[in-house]
Structure formats: structure tokens, C-alpha cells
Design a protein. Sequence first.
Length: 78
Amino acid sequence: LRIPDDISITGFDGNEAPVGLPALATAAVPNEHIGEGAVAQLISRLLYPRSPRRKILVATALVEGTTVAAPSRERGAA
């Protein structure tokens, strides 16, 4: 398969591609913020084990790469 001619590939980390590989389209995530939130949540669960679970949303930023093709006209046609 050829990327992005046949398929598109994305990541979810925002890391740079290794030398010699195409730049991966990815969602950059605030790793430090996620780590801080995870530790705070762990401490909270240790102190209050019966507290309700929480869903935490994290903002991301699109990092455009060369691994995603434009939508196909065939897929968009109804």
C-alpha cells in the first residue's frame, strides 16, 4: 500500500518522525498536563476511593503531515 495514495495514517502523540520517514499527521497532546492530571486523579482516588469516576477531555492540536490524502470524491458522493 502507498501512503497517502491508498491509505491515510495518523498518530496521536505529536512526536516528530524519525529521519528519512514521512512526517506523520498527528494530534499533539500536552503530555506534561496529562501526567499532572493523572497524578492528581490517582491521589484523589487513594484519598476518596468511592468517589465517582471522571472523564477528562484533553485539548489537542493538529500537526499536519504528509500521510493523509484529501477525501476521495467517490467516498463523498451519495
